[in-house]
Design a binder for this molecule. Structure first.
Ligand SMILES: NC(=O)c1ccc[n+]([C@@H]2O[C@H](COP(=O)([O-])OP(=O)(O)OC[C@H]3O[C@@H](n4cnc5c(N)ncnc54)[C@H](OP(=O)(O)O)[C@@H]3O)[C@@H](O)[C@H]2O)c1
Length: 257
């Protein structure tokens, strides 16, 4: 029980990578607050998480983190709980993989609002509610560092690059308060987000992408959400007491080459 007694907040904890991290945190003994927009999805996730017997507690909160009121509602919720927060996972994100020349202002604003601004102000809002030795984990992406042919990523890569810079600068700025800040940069992971961006490609482009992925990943496959869980538990735990400012590539070796 590496996270026994810890209280963790996971944004986007109702699906994909966030849900897999929630499952692992719960098994490790943490009490959870998971946040997403869709209350039905949150409740389904809560039931799935607690189905396998007595574990830590799971609470849910519906909020749109791409908005200031949504961020404020989450901060208020944590404050009202009156118990320090030990782990914040800034996981909710959006990927507009669209050509540079077609990126709209609305897409730009939404991308930054969720991928950058939410992580920035949620972390800021939690400062007075963090417990001793708190851990912030930002979910970045390999796209901050390495691109994929025919997958235009200027906006997404820019937002995740900004999240990496925030991770490093906050590690420096918050370290003296005992707060650790790290990022996990997953490779391609089979989630609803990935399927959404792939399913709308023409059949030929889907086939090319599949072939590219198969020959590009040294470990021969894309990720599953639970491939990210182990590192998240480590970064949340006291075993990582001297780990801060890291951007950890968990990507089957994709960015090694
Ligand atoms: N999948 C990949 O290949 C991949 C690769 C590298 C990095 N990542 C990063 O990993 C993170 C998770 O991605 P995923 O693939 O697991 O996504 P996902 O399966 O689509 O899940 C996204 C989660 O975020 C929540 N969410 C979305 N927009 C939100 C908003 N405005 N406010 C609050 N919650 C919101 C969703 O719930 P609701 O829809 O109910 O709000 C859901 O719980 C993202 O930051 C993504 O950029 C993903």
């Amino acid at each position: 029980m590496r996270l026994r007694g810890k209280r963790a907040l996971i944004t986007g904890g109702s699906d994909g990578i966030g849900l897999a991290i929630a499952e692992a945190f719960l098994r490790a003994g943490a009490d959870l607050l998971i946040v997403g927009r869709d209350a039905g999805k949150l409740e389904a996730a809560r039931q799935k998480l607690t189905a396998s017997g007595p574990v830590g507690t799971v609470r849910t909160l519906s909020a749109d983190l791409a908005t200031s009121p949504g961020i404020a509602a989450v901060v208020e919720h944590v404050k009202a709980a009156g118990r320090p927060l030990d782990v914040l996972v800034n996981n909710a994100g959006v990927a507009y993989l669209v050509p540079f020349e077609t990126v709209s202002e609305a897409q730009f604003e939404h991308s930054f609002a969720l991928n950058v601004t939410a992580a920035f102000f949620l972390t800021q809002g939690m400062l007075q509610h963090f417990g001793t030795g708190a851990s912030v984990i930002n979910i970045s992406s390999y796209f901050a560092k390495k691109m994929i042919p025919k997958r235009p990523s200027s906006l997404y890569s820019l937002s995740k690059g900004a999240l990496n810079s925030l991770t490093r600068s906050l590690a420096f700025e918050l370290g003296p308060r005992g707060i650790r800040v790290n990022a996990i940069a997953p490779g391609t992971v089979d989630t609803a987000m990935r399927r959404k961006t792939v399913d709308n490609l023409p059949a030929q482009a889907q086939a090319e992408l599949k072939a590219y992925v198969e020959r590009s990943y040294p470990l021969g496959r894309i990720g599953r959400p639970d491939d990210l869980a182990g590192i998240a538990v480590y970064l949340a735990s006291d075993e990582a007491a001297w780990t801060s400012g890291g951007i950890f590539a968990i990507d089957g070796g994709y960015t090694a080459g």
